[in-house]
Design a protein around this ligand. Structure first.
Ligand code: 1GP
Length: 246
Protein backbone atom coordinates (compact mmCIF):
# COMPACT_ATOMS: atom_id res chain seq x y z
CA UNK A 1 0.00 0.00 0.00
CA UNK A 2 2.05 2.86 -1.35
CA UNK A 3 0.07 5.87 -0.11
CA UNK A 4 -0.72 4.24 3.24
CA UNK A 5 2.97 3.46 3.78
CA UNK A 6 4.00 6.99 2.81
CA UNK A 7 1.42 8.46 5.20
CA UNK A 8 2.53 6.14 7.99
CA UNK A 9 6.14 7.21 7.53
CA UNK A 10 5.15 10.88 7.55
CA UNK A 11 3.15 10.37 10.75
CA UNK A 12 6.19 8.70 12.32
CA UNK A 13 8.49 11.52 11.17
CA UNK A 14 10.35 9.15 8.88
CA UNK A 15 11.80 10.56 5.65
CA UNK A 16 12.09 8.39 2.52
CA UNK A 17 14.56 7.94 -0.31
CA UNK A 18 13.44 6.84 -3.77
CA UNK A 19 15.88 5.64 -6.40
CA UNK A 20 14.91 6.49 -9.98
CA UNK A 21 15.83 3.82 -12.50
CA UNK A 22 15.83 4.92 -16.13
CA UNK A 23 15.37 1.75 -18.24
CA UNK A 24 17.48 3.24 -21.04
CA UNK A 25 20.50 3.73 -18.81
CA UNK A 26 20.61 0.28 -17.17
CA UNK A 27 21.15 -2.96 -19.04
CA UNK A 28 20.31 -6.34 -17.46
CA UNK A 29 23.78 -6.70 -15.88
CA UNK A 30 23.63 -3.15 -14.47
CA UNK A 31 20.19 -3.85 -13.06
CA UNK A 32 21.38 -6.99 -11.30
CA UNK A 33 24.32 -5.09 -9.82
CA UNK A 34 21.93 -2.33 -8.80
CA UNK A 35 19.48 -4.70 -7.13
CA UNK A 36 22.23 -6.01 -4.87
CA UNK A 37 22.63 -2.46 -3.60
CA UNK A 38 18.87 -1.87 -3.50
CA UNK A 39 18.51 -4.91 -1.25
CA UNK A 40 21.33 -3.92 1.09
CA UNK A 41 20.49 -2.25 4.44
CA UNK A 42 21.55 1.04 2.82
CA UNK A 43 19.08 0.66 -0.05
CA UNK A 44 16.25 3.01 -1.02
CA UNK A 45 12.70 2.78 0.38
CA UNK A 46 11.10 2.91 -3.08
CA UNK A 47 12.30 2.20 -6.62
CA UNK A 48 10.77 4.46 -9.28
CA UNK A 49 11.00 3.44 -12.94
CA UNK A 50 10.49 5.72 -15.93
CA UNK A 51 11.75 8.65 -17.95
CA UNK A 52 10.61 11.48 -20.22
CA UNK A 53 11.55 9.53 -23.33
CA UNK A 54 12.22 5.80 -23.43
CA UNK A 55 13.76 3.65 -26.14
CA UNK A 56 13.70 0.46 -24.12
CA UNK A 57 10.89 -1.65 -22.73
CA UNK A 58 9.75 -0.57 -19.27
CA UNK A 59 7.99 -3.91 -18.80
CA UNK A 60 11.29 -5.83 -18.95
CA UNK A 61 13.00 -3.47 -16.49
CA UNK A 62 10.15 -3.70 -13.99
CA UNK A 63 10.04 -7.50 -14.34
CA UNK A 64 13.78 -7.77 -13.60
CA UNK A 65 13.47 -5.49 -10.59
CA UNK A 66 10.44 -7.38 -9.25
CA UNK A 67 12.25 -10.70 -9.60
CA UNK A 68 15.19 -9.39 -7.62
CA UNK A 69 13.88 -7.11 -4.89
CA UNK A 70 11.06 -6.88 -2.37
CA UNK A 71 11.20 -3.08 -2.37
CA UNK A 72 8.14 -1.37 -3.88
CA UNK A 73 8.63 -0.80 -7.62
CA UNK A 74 6.58 2.19 -8.73
CA UNK A 75 6.07 3.59 -12.23
CA UNK A 76 7.08 7.19 -12.84
CA UNK A 77 5.76 7.42 -16.38
CA UNK A 78 6.71 9.89 -19.06
CA UNK A 79 3.63 8.92 -21.05
CA UNK A 80 0.68 6.52 -21.23
CA UNK A 81 2.96 4.07 -23.02
CA UNK A 82 5.00 3.55 -19.87
CA UNK A 83 2.43 1.40 -18.08
CA UNK A 84 2.87 -2.19 -17.01
CA UNK A 85 0.89 -4.35 -14.61
CA UNK A 86 4.10 -5.82 -13.21
CA UNK A 87 4.74 -2.78 -11.00
CA UNK A 88 3.36 -2.31 -7.49
CA UNK A 89 2.01 1.15 -8.20
CA UNK A 90 2.15 4.24 -10.35
CA UNK A 91 2.60 7.96 -9.72
CA UNK A 92 -0.19 9.13 -12.02
CA UNK A 93 1.39 12.47 -12.82
CA UNK A 94 -0.72 15.45 -13.77
CA UNK A 95 1.67 18.18 -14.91
CA UNK A 96 -0.04 20.98 -13.00
CA UNK A 97 2.79 23.49 -13.53
CA UNK A 98 2.11 23.35 -17.28
CA UNK A 99 -0.77 24.24 -19.55
CA UNK A 100 -0.54 21.31 -21.93
CA UNK A 101 -3.85 19.40 -21.73
CA UNK A 102 -2.17 16.22 -22.94
CA UNK A 103 -0.08 16.01 -19.75
CA UNK A 104 -2.85 17.33 -17.51
CA UNK A 105 -5.47 14.76 -18.58
CA UNK A 106 -4.90 13.39 -22.13
CA UNK A 107 -2.27 10.74 -21.39
CA UNK A 108 -4.29 9.71 -18.33
CA UNK A 109 -7.35 8.96 -20.45
CA UNK A 110 -5.21 6.76 -22.69
CA UNK A 111 -3.69 4.93 -19.73
CA UNK A 112 -6.84 4.58 -17.61
CA UNK A 113 -8.33 1.40 -19.17
CA UNK A 114 -5.05 -0.51 -18.81
CA UNK A 115 -4.54 0.84 -15.29
CA UNK A 116 -8.05 -0.15 -14.24
CA UNK A 117 -7.43 -3.70 -15.47
CA UNK A 118 -3.97 -3.94 -13.95
CA UNK A 119 -5.11 -3.47 -10.37
CA UNK A 120 -1.88 -1.66 -9.49
CA UNK A 121 -2.13 1.13 -6.93
CA UNK A 122 -2.62 4.54 -8.50
CA UNK A 123 -1.25 7.56 -6.63
CA UNK A 124 -2.64 10.77 -8.20
CA UNK A 125 0.31 13.15 -8.10
CA UNK A 126 0.55 16.85 -8.94
CA UNK A 127 3.77 17.16 -10.92
CA UNK A 128 5.41 20.58 -10.83
CA UNK A 129 8.32 21.32 -13.09
CA UNK A 130 10.60 24.02 -11.68
CA UNK A 131 13.45 25.91 -13.31
CA UNK A 132 14.38 28.20 -16.13
CA UNK A 133 18.06 27.90 -16.72
CA UNK A 134 18.41 24.86 -18.93
CA UNK A 135 16.25 22.87 -21.25
CA UNK A 136 15.67 19.52 -19.57
CA UNK A 137 14.15 16.54 -21.40
CA UNK A 138 10.90 16.79 -19.48
CA UNK A 139 10.52 20.44 -20.42
CA UNK A 140 11.04 19.71 -24.12
CA UNK A 141 8.93 16.55 -24.26
CA UNK A 142 6.05 17.97 -22.22
CA UNK A 143 6.10 21.22 -24.21
CA UNK A 144 5.38 23.20 -21.06
CA UNK A 145 7.00 26.14 -19.38
CA UNK A 146 8.32 25.32 -15.92
CA UNK A 147 7.56 27.49 -12.90
CA UNK A 148 10.51 29.92 -12.75
CA UNK A 149 13.12 28.91 -10.19
CA UNK A 150 12.58 31.93 -7.93
CA UNK A 151 8.80 32.26 -8.24
CA UNK A 152 7.95 30.66 -4.93
CA UNK A 153 4.52 32.32 -4.86
CA UNK A 154 3.52 30.60 -8.12
CA UNK A 155 4.75 27.25 -6.78
CA UNK A 156 2.72 27.73 -3.59
CA UNK A 157 -0.45 28.68 -5.48
CA UNK A 158 -0.01 25.71 -7.83
CA UNK A 159 0.52 23.31 -4.92
CA UNK A 160 -2.55 24.66 -3.15
CA UNK A 161 -4.64 24.23 -6.30
CA UNK A 162 -3.38 20.65 -6.64
CA UNK A 163 -4.39 19.91 -3.06
CA UNK A 164 -7.81 21.54 -3.54
CA UNK A 165 -8.37 19.44 -6.66
CA UNK A 166 -7.91 16.30 -4.57
CA UNK A 167 -4.49 15.11 -5.69
CA UNK A 168 -2.84 12.83 -3.13
CA UNK A 169 0.82 13.86 -3.46
CA UNK A 170 2.95 16.63 -4.95
CA UNK A 171 6.24 16.28 -6.81
CA UNK A 172 8.57 19.28 -7.13
CA UNK A 173 10.73 18.40 -10.14
CA UNK A 174 13.94 20.24 -10.91
CA UNK A 175 14.42 18.12 -14.05
CA UNK A 176 16.61 15.07 -14.40
CA UNK A 177 20.27 16.08 -14.28
CA UNK A 178 19.32 19.69 -13.51
CA UNK A 179 22.21 22.03 -12.77
CA UNK A 180 20.69 22.95 -9.42
CA UNK A 181 17.90 21.32 -7.43
CA UNK A 182 14.66 23.01 -6.38
CA UNK A 183 15.59 25.65 -3.80
CA UNK A 184 15.24 25.14 -0.06
CA UNK A 185 13.07 28.28 0.05
CA UNK A 186 10.58 26.93 -2.46
CA UNK A 187 10.39 23.51 -0.78
CA UNK A 188 9.83 25.16 2.62
CA UNK A 189 7.14 27.52 1.29
CA UNK A 190 5.23 24.69 -0.41
CA UNK A 191 5.60 22.58 2.74
CA UNK A 192 4.06 25.34 4.85
CA UNK A 193 1.16 25.75 2.42
CA UNK A 194 0.01 22.16 1.88
CA UNK A 195 -0.31 18.99 3.93
CA UNK A 196 0.10 16.51 1.05
CA UNK A 197 3.10 14.16 0.89
CA UNK A 198 5.87 16.15 -0.81
CA UNK A 199 8.27 14.49 -3.23
CA UNK A 200 11.35 16.41 -4.41
CA UNK A 201 13.76 15.39 -7.16
CA UNK A 202 15.94 16.56 -9.99
CA UNK A 203 19.57 17.60 -9.67
CA UNK A 204 20.12 16.17 -6.17
CA UNK A 205 23.77 15.11 -6.41
CA UNK A 206 25.01 14.61 -2.87
CA UNK A 207 24.12 13.75 0.69
CA UNK A 208 24.19 17.49 1.41
CA UNK A 209 21.62 18.24 -1.32
CA UNK A 210 19.36 15.50 0.01
CA UNK A 211 19.70 16.76 3.57
CA UNK A 212 18.76 20.29 2.49
CA UNK A 213 15.66 19.06 0.62
CA UNK A 214 14.49 16.88 3.50
CA UNK A 215 15.16 19.49 6.20
CA UNK A 216 13.26 22.04 4.09
CA UNK A 217 10.18 19.82 4.18
CA UNK A 218 10.42 17.14 1.50
CA UNK A 219 9.00 13.79 2.65
CA UNK A 220 10.60 11.80 -0.16
CA UNK A 221 13.72 12.63 -2.16
CA UNK A 222 14.26 11.13 -5.62
CA UNK A 223 17.76 10.57 -6.98
CA UNK A 224 18.55 9.10 -10.39
CA UNK A 225 21.35 10.57 -12.50
CA UNK A 226 24.01 10.88 -9.79
CA UNK A 227 23.54 7.27 -8.69
CA UNK A 228 23.58 6.04 -12.30
CA UNK A 229 27.03 7.63 -12.52
CA UNK A 230 28.25 6.33 -9.17
CA UNK A 231 26.40 3.46 -7.46
CA UNK A 232 28.38 4.12 -4.24
CA UNK A 233 26.40 7.33 -3.77
CA UNK A 234 23.31 5.22 -3.02
CA UNK A 235 24.83 4.02 0.29
CA UNK A 236 25.82 7.54 1.23
CA UNK A 237 22.35 8.95 0.53
CA UNK A 238 20.53 6.08 2.23
CA UNK A 239 22.74 6.45 5.31
CA UNK A 240 22.11 10.19 5.35
CA UNK A 241 18.34 9.69 5.22
CA UNK A 242 18.57 7.01 7.91
CA UNK A 243 20.68 9.37 10.04
CA UNK A 244 17.95 12.01 9.83
CA UNK A 245 15.36 9.42 10.88
CA UNK A 246 17.29 8.09 13.91
C1 1GP B 1 13.96 13.13 -12.44
O1 1GP B 1 13.52 13.84 -10.23
C2 1GP B 1 14.09 12.83 -10.99
O2 1GP B 1 12.69 13.06 -12.88
C3 1GP B 1 15.51 12.54 -10.62
O3 1GP B 1 16.40 13.54 -11.10
O4 1GP B 1 18.09 12.29 -12.42
O5 1GP B 1 18.60 14.59 -11.55
O6 1GP B 1 18.45 12.65 -9.99
P1 1GP B 1 17.95 13.24 -11.27
Amino acid sequence: MLLADIQKNITNGRKMFALLVDPDKQNEADLLRLTEKINSPAGPDIVLVGGSLLFSNIDATVATLKRNTQKPVVLFPGSAMQVTDKADGILLLSLISGRNPDFLIGQHVLAAPALAQSGIEVLPTGYMLIGEENYTSVRYISNTMPIPYNKTDIAVATALAGQMLGLKALYLEGGSGAAKPVSAEMIAAVRRAVSLPLIVGGGLRSAADVTTALKSGADIVVVGTSIERDYALMDEIAKTVKGLND
